[in-house]
Ligand binder design. Sequence first.
Ligand code: SAH
Ligand code: SF4
Ligand code: F3S
Length: 471
Amino acid sequence: MTKKLFIKTWGCQMNVYDSARMADVLAPLGYRPVEEPDGADMVILNTCHIREKAAEKVFSELGRLRQMKDRKAEAEDGRMILAVAGCVAQAEGEEIVARAPFVDMVFGPQTYHTLPEMVAKASRAAGSVLNTDFPAESKFDFLPEEADGQGVSAFLAVQEGCDKFCTFCVVPYTRGAEFSRPAAQIIAEARRMVAAGTREINLLGQNVNAWHGEGPAGGTWGLGRLVRALAEIDGLERIRYTTSHPRDMDDELIRAHAEVPQLMPYLHLPVQSGSDRILAAMNRKHSADDYRRLVDRLRAAKPDLALSGDFIVGFPGETDADFAATLKLVSDVGYAQAYSFKYSPRPGTPAAVDGAQLSEEVKEDRLSALQQLLNAQQVAFNHGFIGRSVPVLFDRAGRRDGQLLGRSPWMQSVHAEANPRLLGRIVEVRVDAALANSLAGTVATVDGAVTAGGHAPSPSFQLAQTLEASA
Ligand code: SAH
Ligand code: SF4
Ligand code: F3S
């Protein structure tokens, strides 16, 4: 009998990847994903602990789910197994069990391969199963192969955990020590994904560029080498990786940006602050000028590289001058897109007990000033594409009928009227308009009406033209 599985995911892309892997582990037990929690046989909340609000949402969600669980029991429709996974489970497992005893399973990110045992235990006994171990074995050696059809653009975890201990961050505690999967395992997974239709792979890791995996013939590889090996897979058209730490950006990886055409010209390279004093207090172990020089080297290797970043405003002790240095760095670097956050004190992290916490008001003001600057940069970046032709990998249906949505090499979302058969293909699209967070365009047509931007048509472009013409 098939059972209904609902997974709700918060947090980073690693959590999105993990949710897909949990579904893979549960598939042999008869669980099939559904879109709604109501009536489901299992509900998993895959949680994030990175900022305060993220954790609070879990408890409010649990209240709602408890009612659904009770309704299902009253209707004698079987039992809803309710589970909390992810980083809140890891950090606050015992508190969840105490505060929400109706939760059946609470387990951390390194235990997903043991889900069948946990489910068996939870089905047998009353009370919550709690598992927040960091097992000696790697879950990657035990997780089943991913289900076919991960999508045109898909994630592949290559590295997990973090040894850097930035003073604001919970990740080293919730994900554990840094771990790199062996190259052969990653390449095999990538081949299977491509055979099942994936065209773009986004390599994931909390510190993805710190990846140093065992090479297929022994020795240790760095990420640049892995990217080159993946680029040899026939049919894999695009490679990306995220998230990188400035200190781990080595020459080999920078060279890969210059030399591997499948490696997309977009890099998420968080700097957090532009003030050396704050960077030191954050334990980032580099200066603002180190970051500027790194960006210069990257742009020398790949002149059209689009940069993205993360910023924290209102870190304890941050002065107006420190914040001005952040604005200055943003102006100097120029971002295509970026994320910015108010500092949120996290239990167990050193910065949380720093006496110099700032008021919510100061954080709010600084965040809005920073976001204004970043938004202006994003708008300018996107406007620069109007009238140009860009190769878009269509990876999903658009919001409106007859539209497809995809990404440019520079990670912009692009939507256009397009035949559904163009899904999964790279198509030249002329950009007509730049909206705040996306581009709107027109698919190039056979009559040659669209050539602005002057890219030489690639084979997939010609194929796309043929498909459009026959549509
Ligand atoms: N490994 C990545 C970041 C992972 S967390 C790196 O080192 O860059 C994602 C982002 O969340 C961080 O880059 C940071 O900007 C933000 N963040 C992490 N902890 C935070 C906190 N306590 N308060 C506010 N933002 C935080
Ligand atoms: Fe967190 Fe720093 Fe590790 Fe990134 S590098 S995950 S911010 S501790
Ligand atoms: Fe959140 Fe854990 Fe990712 S805290 S950002 S889900 S590593």
